[in-house]
Ligand binder design. Structure first.
Ligand code: ADP
Ligand code: MG
Length: 469
């Protein structure tokens, strides 16, 4: 612990460990013992973050996901400085055992490891721990699907919502939402068996069972255990079901699985990149089964929801973003939440490595969004303003004083400076004016925009158009 310079720091750290242990339930305390500070204890960091290292990646997940607030509070109580903890894995740290552990704690911690373990959850159910309702941001685009998903989670197997057929294009949260149903049902009804699979895995397992049956002659045995796997459950979630369209043998098997489960009152959920109406080759009897329940479509989230999604990631990953940065990401990545999430992750990872906060400037740099900016030329801007205000380009560049011409010109000047960062003399040349006139017009518009909502809207619209052009 070389980072702890003196006795006072060492004692403070021990105190922090103690306070934190007292705040946590017994079975989470084991992850606290080996923690180490990643920076001097009493230094206020600029970004308000305090780095804590741990040799246990699973411990980090538990502390980060379940007890972040407790860690923050304990740190504050011990040091009197409020900072947000950020965990890093450091496998060179020696894992320490907790000294006194009661039998109850021991049992608890074993159960905790088993229950909380991502691997355990995944191997039994196929579910990813991240895909919960709590981590799903609901917007107009997904409200209906979300509400149905919630209802199913409270009452699985009810005819009205059985099966649920979730559709929507790639990266909009279908897999997330269907797995959230699985998690919630396990929470509500711990004894129910949930299984998540996708059409391809289902098919591979089936082909494998058929192949082995042929080789070994144990036809019934292999197929039986395959069927058992998918029929001996209370909730079956089959993802990417569009994949089976036209694959006869799989369709047959899905049909049989469906019937067995449905007749036993079990819940079935399908997710598909295409709406059911776009399945072309599926046999009618299977199509009609899919139609027995309800189809819910997820659409592209609007700008506001996309910003909320970014804010949500920022909150859970503990790397804050400003409204401007959220807006930038939401605008740039507008039709695929997976890409939006990827962009946030990439930008925040870079910022965190470089020890800086995210702002519009470095976010565009980290994500190489500047490329697009470079394509903007004075000619583009002129073109857009000319169309928008219905004023000839020639006129904008002339000395004409007609009101609408002057208006179009001032926006053209403003945007050219704002988006291209040209100097006044260069601007003056572009607009055939002297540079004090240009400077005056730019400054005036800038001031006006700050106080005038309508002008802000016009500027935003023009900027959008220029970027698209
Ligand atoms: P799909 O199955 O529709 O292709 P996914 O469910 O795999 O999409 O979602 C892609 C990524 O975007 C996932 O990491 C998921 O957590 C995230 N995501 C999608 N929609 C949302 C949402 N509404 N709120 C939070 N995260 C979302
Ligand atoms: Mg998916």
């Amino acid at each position: 612990m070389s980072i702890l310079k003196d006795k006072k720091e060492r004692e403070t750290w021990e105190n922090f460990i103690q306070i934190l242990e007292n705040k946590l339930p017994g079975f989470s305390q084991m992850w606290v013992t080996s923690l180490e500070p990643g920076q001097p204890l009493f230094e206020e960091s600029e970004n308000g973050i305090f780095i804590i290292k741990s040799p246990q990646s699973f411990g980090i997940q538990v502390l980060e996901r379940k007890h972040l607030k407790d860690v923050e509070d304990a740190l504050f109580e011990a040091t009197n400085i409020r900072r947000v903890p950020k965990f890093y894995l450091d496998e060179t740290i020696k894992v320490k055992k907790k000294q006194k552990q009661t039998t109850e704690e021991k049992n608890h911690s074993e159960a905790a490891i088993r229950m909380e373990s991502l691997d355990y959850m995944h191997s039994v159910t196929g579910l990813n721990l991240k895909y919960t309702f709590e981590n799903f941001v609901v917007g107009e685009n997904s409200k209906f699907a979300y509400n149905v998903a919630r209802m199913i989670s409270d009452n699985p197997g009810q005819g009205k919502y059985n099966p649920l057929f979730l559709s929507g294009s790639v990266g909009l949260g279908k897999t997330h939402l269907m797995q959230a149903i699985g998690h919630q049902i396990l929470k509500n009804f711990p004894n129910l068996k949930v299984r998540y699979t996708n059409a391809e895995e289902f098919t591979n397992k089936m082909v494998d069972a058929i192949g082995r049956s042929k080789n070994t002659g144990e036809v019934n045995e292999r197929m039986r255990s395959f069927r058992e796997m998918f029929r001996n459950v209370d909730v079956l979630l089959i993802d990417d079901i569009q994949w089976i369209d036209g694959k006869k043998r799989t369709e047959e098997e899905v049909f049989n699985t469906f019937n067995a489960l449905y007749n036993a009152g079990k819940q079935i959920v399908f997710a598909s990149d295409r709406p059911l109406s776009a399945f072309e080759l599926i046999p009618d009897r299977l199509r009609s089964r899919f139609e027995w329940g309800i189809e819910a479509n997820i659409k592209v989230p609007n700008l506001e929801t996309r910003m909320e999604i970014v804010k949500h990631y920022a909150a859970v990953s503990n790397f804050p973003v400003s409204d401007e940065v959220a807006m930038l990401l939401a605008k740039e990545f507008s039709n695929n939440v997976r890409e939006l999430e990827g962009a946030y992750n990439k930008a925040s990872a870079r910022a965190s490595i470089e020890g800086v906060e995210l702002d519009v400037e470095n976010t565009s740099e980290f994500l190489e969004l500047k490329e697009k900016k470079k394509k903007i030329t004075p000619e583009n801007i002129l073109e857009v303003c000319s169309k928008y205000f219905n004023v000839e380009k020639k006129e904008i560049l002339s000395t004409a004083r007609a009101k609408e011409v002057v208006n179009a010109r001032k926006y053209a000047i403003y945007l050219t400076r704002e988006l291209l960062d040209l100097s006044y003399p260069v601007l003056a040349k572009e607009f055939c004016k002297n540079h004090t006139t240009i400077m005056y017009q730019y400054d005036k518009l800038k001031r006006d925009i700050q106080t005038n909502k309508a002008m802000q809207i016009v500027t935003n619209e023009l900027t959008e158009l220029v970027k698209k052009n």
